[in-house]
Write a new protein. Sequence first.
Length: 157
Amino acid sequence: MRICNTASCFVIDSRGRILLIKHAKLGMWLPPGGHVDESETACYTAIRETREETGLDVKLIQKPPLVWNNTRMRSAAAPFATTLHRADYGDNVHYHYNLCFMARVNGTKRVRPERNEVDDYGWFTTKEILSMAGVPHDVKIIVSERIPETLLSRSRR
């Protein structure tokens, strides 16, 4: 079984809604995200993939812990959830060990989807996500159980 490290970003807007994209290859509604490159941290991947897929610059919400990288201390945000799921791309079947991060939009607030990777996008409430077809079960669990309602309420102010 081949396992790839991935990272995703649950972006929350000022109205307490969560950004999901409709993945072009998979046809599912997912948070922006992708494979962690060899030379980057998972938190950087979440930010980079969000920018590439949506055009949004985001700032991670989690307070970063200090991480030792053999030469100096630096900060890297900790994920708020992890998942392991099968990624079936036809002849390329493998598993994704996904690290999930929360973020807010930082700067430009207009979504500009990357049309090769994103068929559609939307800002959805928790209730809408839980009733949507095409949203994987693990995303629904994360949205309903791991993103604090207080955070979503705080965003609405």
